[in-house]
Design a protein around this ligand. Structure first.
Ligand code: GUN
Length: 431
């Protein structure tokens, strides 16, 4: 029998030598680590992961910093067609690789670009521009900022936005009348009433006034119910922040199916709907709230942690299971004398403590935040599509084998069936 081990170590083809020399020269000609990083980051963005892998495996071991390693993994995850990068997979959890920093800002930008094309299709194919009405009651600074950002995002991708700014002292009855007017306006496909409302107004009553077909937030009981049901009608819209969390996991090829998912918080806006979506994606979900005992212990079991509890840096690094994925929904002010404004934004997770433990994490800011607005835009486009008898754009498309497919938007110039069809062998889920 031939001794293949011996042969392979002795024989080195000429091209390998040549390649080795090129790499050696390349390293010698690269004056600083940061110059290398700039160069390699250009390569990454231009040529994708295969070339990056080639360069990084041949020359980078001593030059790559922790940060560039983080960026490298992020890039691989974006291009991958398989789940090789699933960081919750034990084989991918080498601490040497560094955690993936999930880039919500870039992902949201990608989604907005995709939606912009979809909106052009709707205009060309159907002569319809999606319309979103945003209702702001009062002058809360945070609400006014969110509303401004929502309107800006809408304008940038070609959604027609209808601005309804109302005095804080409006009566509940008059606010309901305003919402009814929007229900009757054919140019309005989606209605969002920014929460919280002033304390004299019953939020649930106002939200109930929004017609189901125009519920841009996905808060309507029918949408929420359909999100929980197995095999029922899919919801017309999905609550935006939870949808953004799932979209981030999916776009980074982080498998949910079969994973232990722990949700911190049970709000109607985030905790409850994200638990429904994770369940729909076949995760095993535990929801923790103010009455839950042993939260650190429960968090310690999680492959995926969704933190939406609204408490500054509540989750400590030591609670986390090594290799866990953390999606931090929190946005909290933390006093910081080094900042001009005297504070900085932090999440519900202690980021610095979590970083050495996790395989992937969303930063604050720049993680889930931008995704909320992108998903609101997606809901608006979907409600417009529904008004035209077109199927909604799914949170994810799956092949028969359950893998995520490359996301392709439906060509709306082609007549589509009114109802979403269940493909053979595919289980119908919300996502
Ligand atoms: N206030 C904070 N988040 C939200 C949201 O997602 N929708 C609405 N309508 N109000 C909010």
């Amino acid at each position: 029998m031939a001794d293949t081990t011996n042969t392979s170590t002795m024989y080195v083809p000429k091209f390998v030598w040549l390649f080795g020399c090129c790499c050696f020269c390349f390293v010698l000609c690269t004056p600083t680590t940061s110059a290398w990083q700039q160069h390699s980051s250009r390569i990454r963005s231009s040529y994708g992961p295969s070339i990056v892998a080639l360069f990084s495996s041949s020359t980078s071991s001593s030059l790559f910093t922790h940060q560039s390693s983080i960026r490298h993994r992020r890039c691989r995850a974006f291009f991958s067609q398989s789940n090789d990068n699933d960081p919750t997979d034990d084989d991918n959890n080498s601490p040497d690789n560094g955690p993936i920093i999930i880039d919500g800002k870039k992902t949201a930008k990608d989604i907005r670009a995709e939606l912009s094309e979809e909106i052009k299709n709707l205009q060309r194919g159907h002569g319809t521009t999606p319309g979103l009405a945003v209702v702001l009651v009062g002058q809360r600074v945070d609400s006014a900022t969110y509303v401004r950002m929502k309107k800006k995002a809408a304008a940038e991708i070609g959604i027609h936005s209808i601005d309804v700014t109302i005095d804080e002292n409006i009566s509940e009855e008059d606010l309901i009348k305003e919402v009814q007017k929007l229900n009757d306006d054919p140019q309005v496909h989606g209605i969002l009433v920014q929460l919280p409302l002033p304390s004299h107004i019953d939020e649930a009553k106002v939200l109930k006034t929004i017609q189901y077909e125009k519920d841009a937030d996905g808060f309507d009981a029918t949408n929420i119910g359909n999100m929980w049901l197995r095999g029922g009608e899919p919801p017309l819209a999905i609550p935006c922040t939870p949808a953004g969390c799932i979209e981030l996991l999916q776009r980074y090829n982080i498998e949910i199916s079969g994973k232990e998912c722990v949700v911190l918080g049970r709000s109607n806006i985030v905790g409850m709907p994200v638990a429904a979506l994770l369940t729909s994606c076949n995760g095993t979900v535990t929801v923790c709230h103010s009455r839950t005992k042993n939260i650190p212990e429960i968090v310690g079991r999680a492959d995926i942690v969704i933190a939406a509890i609204g408490k500054t840096e509540f989750v400590r690094g030591e609670w986390l299971k090594p290799g866990a994925v953390v999606v931090d929904v929190g946005i909290n002010d933390k006093p910081d004398a080094t900042k001009k404004r005297g504070y900085r934004l932090v999440g519900d997770v202690n980021y610095d403590e979590a970083l050495p433990k996790v395989s992937a994490i969303t930063p604050v800011p720049g993680g889930v935040g931008p995704m909320t607005i992108a998903m609101l835009m997606k809901n608006t486009v979907n409600l417009c599509r529904h008004s035209l008898g077109l199927p909604r754009l799914q949170l994810r498309d799956r092949t028969k084998d359950g893998d995520y497919k490359d996301r392709k938007l439906v060509n709306t110039n082609v007549p589509s069936p009114k109802k979403e069809e269940k493909k053979e062998g595919e289980e119908k889920t919300t996502c």
